[in-house]
Design a protein around this ligand. Structure first.
Ligand code: ACM
Ligand code: ZN
Length: 528
């Protein structure tokens, strides 16, 4: 080998090495102190955990490290070169500390979830791409989140996503410390959760469908733009006797338990949503007696007790499958006019002394809330549940960005709010080259709240409605990299958010997304 080549190669490796060692954590941690040196990963070292409750976290860490480095590692209860340790157990303290030096890495935290946050940071300290050796820079990181609720909502109704695709999204969420996965499991276009009491909901012609308007739009775009990510995946087609090829799918209860467990290992809670009383055309189509007109058109008829019994039995199974205390009733965009034309609903309004159809929805929400509470759960719904009156203990998802007073009103009444205004956080909305900065610099938390009201803001989430997102590839394009901006908005206090500091870290992360095979939208592109 000639000397000039060797010298250049050495310089290059040194430069690459230095560049790789840069600390580019998203979301930005509370404090990072960089030191001299690094910890080099060698084959076969041990991941130690301080408490049996951390065993799933150690196995998860083993998996992600092996995936990132190609090396194998052992796990053991006790001491290891990479160590995860619980200190002063406290379920509510989400802080963690990560210390690395040439001898090893130590992550300490007060509970399982915070250890997972430390693991996310460790994953991001590793070089994004394969290089000569795997190391993490010597560093001391102290960190804790601004908001407890940092979420994503996925809609597998408008287009279905498999268990594997859902798990991949959960993995990606964990890398960026997103800890709430809101799963929209029912709507007009299909019912996605197996309900043993009502098997018709996931039968061939309810969980599967003929092409609708949006399906055809996706196919049109696929052909006009020569864009395979807009094609409906073959794997979700099924030949149904008397109907031909139908499109859709559902999750069995076993699959749901598997996803819930997978999420829990990654520190993620799942909030299931079975939308009621509107947005449930699939259920009304299946069980005609559910709707006012008995012709399969939503919303649910709230005048009939059979509807209430249906709701309770469906939620009974939801409660059995999903351990997290929050369950969403949806409650958005209800066509309440139908109730004013229904004799049963009119009777209910009269017998309950209600003023109008808005109060009828509020009556239903409150009744369901009592039912949820009796089963140890808390109710959550889209911001329309405020209309007609709401109990103080319900939590509101503020989605209507064009109703800026919603958060002001809800928090003034003492209700907790999760922010997901469509003006910033609807990730199905078209993007342009300014979208990322619009999210990052935006005042997602309304600026006119008092300190008392601010305490009622639980956090924020982005919603991925899937009418125009038929594939995982399209989902990744719509979600990445803007989800990294969401992660930082939710984790890092507003005063520490700085676009000029964020952008270079984001650019460094694009290499990481490439290595993970995520088909993100490049920062500059003409395509929406
Ligand atoms: C919604 O976007 N209808 C919650
Ligand atoms: Zn009715």
């Amino acid at each position: 080998m000639n000397k000039r080549f060797t010298f250049l190669t050495a310089c290059l490796l040194l430069c690459v090495g230095t560049a790789m060692a840069a600390v580019n954590i998203i979301p930005k941690p509370t404090s990072v102190v960089e030191k001299e040196g690094e910890f080099v990963f060698t084959k076969g070292f041990t991941i130690g955990y301080s408490d049996v409750s951390l065993q799933p976290a150690a196995t998860y860490l083993q998996e992600v490290l092996t995936k990132a480095t190609g090396l194998s590692f052992k796990t053991k209860l006790g001491k290891g070169k990479v160590q995860i340790s619980l200190v002063l157990p406290d379920e509510n303290d989400e802080s963690y500390e990560l210390v690395s030096d040439k001898k090893g890495v130590l992550i300490t935290a007060h509970n399982y979830r915070s250890i997972i946050n430390g693991i996310a940071t460790l994953r991001q300290l590793l070089p994004p791409v394969v290089k000569v050796q795997y190391d993490v820079p010597a560093v001391t990181i102290k960190d804790s989140p601004n908001f407890h609720w940092r979420g994503l909502m996925l809609d597998p109704v408008r287009h279905f996503f498999s268990v594997e695709e859902t798990k991949k999204l959960l993995d990606e969420m964990a890398l960026y410390k997103l800890n709430k996965f809101h799963w929209h499991l029912s709507d007009n276009e299909g019912f996605r959760m197996e309900v043993k009491a009502y098997p018709g909901l996931t039968s061939d012609t309810v969980a599967w469908r003929r092409f609708n308007y949006h399906d055809r739009q996706c196919l049109d775009r696929a052909s006009k733009e020569n864009n395979p990510s807009m094609l409906l995946p073959w794997k979700f087609f099924k030949e149904v006797e008397g109907y031909g090829e139908l499109y859709g799918g559902f999750y069995t209860q076993e699959e749901i338990c598997d996803v819930v467990k997978y999420a829990a290992i990654r520190g993620i809670d799942i909030i299931p949503e079975i939308d009621m009383p509107g947005h449930n055309g699939a259920a009304c189509y299946c069980y005609r007696w559910l709707s006012c007109t008995q012709n399969g058109v939503e919303p649910l008829c709230l005048g009939r007790n059979t509807t209430i019994e249906f709701a309770e039995k469906v939620y009974d199974e939801v409660f059995q499958l999903f351990p997290y205390e929050y369950v969403s009733i949806g409650g958005d965009e209800v066509n309440r006019r139908r109730w004013s034309e229904c004799s049963e609903c009119k009777k209910r309004i009269e017998s309950e002394g209600l003023k109008d159809v808005s109060e009828l929805q509020a009556w239903f929400t409150k009744k369901m809330e009592k039912y949820f509470n009796a089963h140890g759960r808390r109710i959550l719904g889209w911001d329309e549940i405020l209309e007609g009156g709401l109990s103080k203990t319900a939590t509101v998802h503020w989605w209507r960005g064009d109703h800026p007073d919603v958060t002001q009103k809800a928090t003034a009444m003492g209700n907790e709010v999760v922010l997901c205004p469509f003006t910033f956080l609807y990730f199905d909305y078209a993007q342009d080259d300014n979208t990322l900065r619009h999210i990052y610099d935006g005042d997602i938390v309304p600026v006119d709240l008092t300190a008392e009201q601010l305490k009622l803001i639980k956090g924020m989430q982005a919603n991925i409605w899937c009418e125009r997102i038929p594939t995982e590839a399209r989902m990744e394009w719509m979600v990445f990299p803007r989800v990294l901006a969401l992660a930082e908005k939710a984790w890092t206090p507003r005063k520490d958010q700085n676009w000029d500091d964020f952008l270079p870290r984001l650019q460094a992360h694009l290499q990481r997304l490439d290595a993970m095979g995520i088909q993100y939208r490049p920062l500059q592109t003409k395509r929406p």
